[in-house]
Design a protein around this ligand. Structure first.
Ligand code: 4AZ
Length: 308
């Protein structure tokens, strides 16, 4: 049912416990005396276009990872990133903190193959903000936001990813995906031509921080994903890009490619920025919390408020 309210200064009041049809329960009001406003908004993040097709076998169809962007410094791919909203890209602080001049950067969206990139299609950056607690030595708080000069036009190939809820049990073994144009062999110092993806299961932080792995180097702002036997991992050039996990509702940005000891080495899985730990900062900077707040997050806030 559609409820048409003339302009944004009007409210629809829904009376609880009233018999009759839904229409009878709606009352249009010009103020909200209870000060209890519930806004409903269609959430469009984290969805792939319905009709993605694999053309010609192994090539990745555009729109498989529609939030994946390539962040260029000058005319070179420098890092990955993800679309959070029409005007916001999220990437790693270590990708950008040495060069905060916005005009040095360009963002390319909706691409799979870098050869198809025309410099003039890059979107200019208005400002770059990295986390105030970012530590260049430990890579703690490895997150940065880029505000774009012009909002993106969303399409089947360009869409936003959802953020994770602040409280979610992410179990060891959860199957997540990392994508990027980074090195495909640790000894081959070259970014790839086409976007690659790999499935990487999450690894518990306790385990990843054990003496045979990262021996206490991981902070609460980090998480691990990958394989103890090595062989499959993110690598240089993937930094800043997305680690996404799918839940019942959508794909969510659980991690940002951050660091690791080498690439794909045994007992040294990829280390990712733990996005769920940095949500207040992201919301604060983008000033648009409700836009990409997940259903879980709303539920959580709701129940948290109810408690005395
Ligand atoms: C890097 O140098 C880098 N194996 C990114 C990811 C990983 C290692 C290094 C994870 O940007």
């Amino acid at each position: 049912m559609d409820v048409k309210v003339n302009d944004t200064r009007e409210f629809v009041q829904v009376r609880p416990h009233q018999e009759g049809s839904l229409e009878d329960m709606w009352q249009v009001r010009s103020s909200c005396e209870s000060h209890q406003i519930v806004a409903l908004k269609c959430s469009e993040c984290g969805l792939r276009p319905g009709a993605a097709r694999v053309v010609g076998g192994a090539d990745m169809p555009p729109g498989r990872w529609p939030w994946q962007v390539s962040v260029y410094q000058g005319s070179q791919h420098h890092c990955g990133g993800s679309v959070l909203a029409r005007e916001w890209i999220v990437t790693a602080a270590h990708c950008v903190h040495r060069q905060l001049q916005a005009s040095s950067w360009l963002v390319f969206t909706g691409i799979i193959t870098r050869a198809s990139v025309r410099q003039e299609d890059g979107v200019s950056v208005k400002k770059i903000i990295y986390h105030p607690l970012y530590n260049d030595h430990s890579l703690d708080y490895d997150i940065a936001l880029m505000k774009l000069q012009v909002p993106l036009n969303f399409s089947d190939a360009i869409r936003a990813v959802c953020l994770p809820p602040s409280q979610q049990d992410l179990f060891q073994g959860t199957q997540c995906w990392v994508s990027g144009w980074g090195y495909t062999r640790p000894d081959q110092v070259q970014v790839t031509e086409t976007l690659k993806e790999v499935l990487v299961p999450l690894i518990g932080t306790k385990r990843c921080n054990s003496s045979c792995m990262y021996a206490g180097e991981l902070t609460a702002r980090m998480l691990c994903a990958g394989y103890l036997q090595g062989k499959i991992d993110a690598c240089q050039g993937d930094s800043g890009g997305p680690l996404v996990c799918q839940d019942k509702f959508a794909w969510r940005l659980v991690g940002i490619v951050s660091w690791g000891q080498g690439c794909a080495e045994p007992n040294h899985p990829g280390v990712y920025t733990n996005v769920a730990q940095l949500l207040p900062w992201i919301y604060d900077i983008t000033e648009d919390a409700a836009e990409h707040m997940s259903k879980f997050e709303m539920d959580y806030k709701h129940t948290a408020k109810k408690q005395p």
